[in-house]
Design a protein around this ligand. Structure first.
Ligand code: PFF
Length: 458
C-alpha cells in the first residue's frame, strides 16, 4: 500500500467543506427548491440535515479515520476485525458506483461555469444591457444544444480534476481549497447584502419559508439532496476521514461543515430568488424556467447593476468552478483511492484510467440537454425522469446516496460496538456525553426515516 498523507487541522475542515460545498449548494439547491415551490421543501431538507446528515457524517469520518482506508477496504477491515458479515463491503461498492455516476454528469455542469466565466468576460468588456439580460435564457439554451461545446467543457473539467487528484491529498486538495473557499464565501455575502435592496427580496423570503403541501417524490428529493449536498452516502467522507489526524475532533469538524454548507445553500437561494421575484409575475415564467438553468440566467442581471460588477461577475463563475472542483476532486478520490488501496495501482495510473472512464460515461449526459434528441428524450425510468442527465441525477441522488447512508447508519449503529465508537469519537475531542443519543439516531431514526421515505416513493 502507498503512503497516505494527513490533513492539517484547518485543512480537513476546509477540504471536507470543499467537498460538501459545490454545485449542490449554488446550482442544484436553488433550482430544485424553485421547482418544488420552496417552503416545505426547504423545511424537509433542513430536518434531513439535522436528523440524518450530521449523525451520518460523524459515522463516515469515524470509519475513515479509524481504518485509514478508502470505503471498500474500510468496511472489509472493520467487518473482519469485529467478526461481522462480509456483506457490509457492499456499502463501499455502492459508494464507488455512486461516485462514478455523480461525477459523470456533475462535471458537465461544472464545465458550464468555465464557459460562463468566458461569457462574463465578454460582457464585462463589451457591455451588458437590457438586450443581453432579456436573452440570458435563450443564450443558455443555445449553449446546451451545442454538443461539441458541451463535450469540450466536460473534458476540460475532467482534465482539471485529474490534474489535482494526481498531485495527491496534501499537494492538491488541501492547498487549493484553503484559498478559494473564503473568497467565494465573501462574494456570496456581498451578493446577499445586495439582494436585500432588490424589490423581490420580500417575496423571495416568503417563498423560501411558506408552508404548503408536498408530494412524496419531492420529500425523497429533499432527503436525497441532504445526502448529496453533504457528500454523504458514498464514502467521500470515509475517504477524507482516512486522512484526518487523531488529534482532530470529528464532531467539531462535522458540525462546522454541516453549518457552512447549509448557510451557503440558503444564501444562494436568497440571492437567486430575489432576482427572480424582482421580475414582474407575468414575465417570470418565460424569463426563468424552473430547471437546471437558473444559476446562469439570474445572476448576471444583478452583477451588472452593481458597481464593480463587471469585475465580480467573471470572478464569481470562476469561483463556483473552483467550488465544483473541490467537490469533483472528492468524487474522483473515492474511486481512485479504491484502486490504490485495493489493487496497489500507482496514483497516476488509477487517476488516468478512472478519469478517462468517467469522461466517456458522461458524454451521453453532456448531450442530453438538447444536443441529441435521442439522449435528451430517453425515458429509461419511465416518467420519473427525462433524458440521460436527469436520469443519472435521479438515480444517484435519490437512490444510491440515501441507500448508502442507510447502510452506513446501520453498520455504525448496530455492527460497531459502543465502546469502540465512543473511544473513536472522543479521540481528539474529549468527553462526548451525547454518544448514546447519537447511536439511537443511527440505529432507529435514520434507518426508519430513510426507509419510510423510500417506501413512499417505490
Ligand atoms: N456535495 C457536493 C455538492 O453539493 O456539490 C456534491 C458531492 C460531492 C456529492 C462529493 C457527493 C460526493 F461524494
Amino acid at each position: 500500500m502507498q503512503e497516505r498523507g494527513t490533513f492539517g487541522r484547518l485543512g480537513f475542515v476546509l477540504a471536507a467543506a470543499g467537498s460538501a460545498i459545490g454545485l449542490g449548494n449554488i446550482w442544484k439547491f436553488p433550482y430544485i427548491t424553485y421547482a418544488n415551490e420552496g417552503g416545505t421543501f426547504v423545511l424537509i431538507y433542513l430536518v434531513a440535515i439535522v436528523a440524518f446528515g450530521a449523525p451520518i457524517m460523524f459515522a463516515e469520518i469515524l470509519i475513515g479515520r479509524n481504518t485509514t482506508q478508502s470505503p471498500v477496504s474500510a468496511f472489509s477491515a472493520l467487518s473482519s476485525s469485529l467478526q461481522k458479515s462480509k456483506a457490509w463491503v457492499l456499502t463501499g461498492w455502492l459508494g464507488i458506483a455512486a461516485g462514478f455516476v455523480i461525477l459523470s454528469y456533475y462535471s458537465v455542469v461544472a464545465g458550464w461555469t468555465i464557459y460562463y466565466f468566458g461569457k462574463c468576460m465578454t460582457w464585462s468588456f463589451n457591455g451588458f444591457g437590457p438586450e443581453q439580460a432579456a436573452n440570458l435564457g435563450k443564450d443558455f439554451g443555445a449553449f446546451l444544444g451545442n454538443g461539441p461545446l458541451q463535450i469540450l467543457f466536460h473534458a476540460l473539467f475532467m482534465g482539471a480534476t485529474m490534474g489535482v487528484v494526481i498531485l495527491g491529498v496534501k499537494g492538491g486538495i488541501e492547498r487549493s481549497t484553503k484559498i478559494l473557499m473564503p473568497v467565494l464565501f465573501s462574494i456570496l455575502v456581498l451578493l446577499c447584502g445586495t439582494s436585500i435592496f432588490t424589490p423581490g427580496f420580500g417575496d423571495a423570503i416568503g417563498f423560501l419559508f411558506h408552508i404548503g403541501p408536498l408530494s412524496a417524490d419531492a420529500i425523497l428529493e429533499a432527503v436525497g439532496h441532504a445526502f448529496f449536498t453533504l457528500s454523504l452516502g458514498m464514502g467521500a467522507m470515509i475517504t477524507y476521514g482516512s486522512y484526518v489526524s487523531k488529534k482532530d475532533s470529528i464532531l467539531k469538524a462535522s458540525f462546522q461543515v454541516c453549518l457552512l454548507d447549509t448557510v451557503i445553500a440558503i444564501m444562494a437561494c436568497v440571492i437567486m430568488f430575489s432576482i427572480i421575484f424582482s421580475v414582474p409575475e407575468a414575465e417570470r415564467a418565460t424569463t426563468f424556467s424552473k430547471s437546471a438553468t437558473i444559476l446562469f440566467t439570474t445572476l448576471p442581471r444583478m452583477f451588472y447593476e452593481l458597481p464593480g460588477g463587471a469585475i465580480l461577475s467573471p470572478i464569481f463563475y470562476l469561483l463556483v468552478g473552483f467550488a465544483a472542483l473541490s467537490s469533483t476532486i472528492s468524487l474522483m478520490e473515492v474511486v481512485v483511492a479504491y484502486f490504490i488501496d485495493e489493487k496497489g495501482w500507482a496514483r497516476k495510473k488509477a487517476t488516468l484510467l478512472v478519469g478517462g472512464g468517467i469522461f466517456l460515461f458522461g458524454i451521453p449526459s453532456a448531450l442530453s440537454l438538447g444536443a441529441s434528441e435521442f439522449f435528451s428524450n430517453a425515458k429509461i425510468l419511465g416518467d420519473k425522469s427525462t433524458g440521460i442527465f436527469e436520469t443519472m441525477d435521479y438515480l444517484a441522488s435519490n437512490w444510491l446516496l440515501p441507500v448508502g447512508g442507510l447502510l452506513t447508519a446501520l453498520f455504525v449503529g448496530w455492527a460497531l460496538p459502543n465502546a469502540f465508537t465512543q473511544a473513536e469519537l472522543e479521540e481528539g475531542h474529549g468527553p462526548f456525553p451525547y454518544h448514546a443519543a447519537w447511536k439511537f439516531l443511527l440505529r432507529f431514526i435514520c434507518p426508519i426515516g430513510i426507509l419510510c421515505v423510500i417506501w413512499n416513493v417505490a
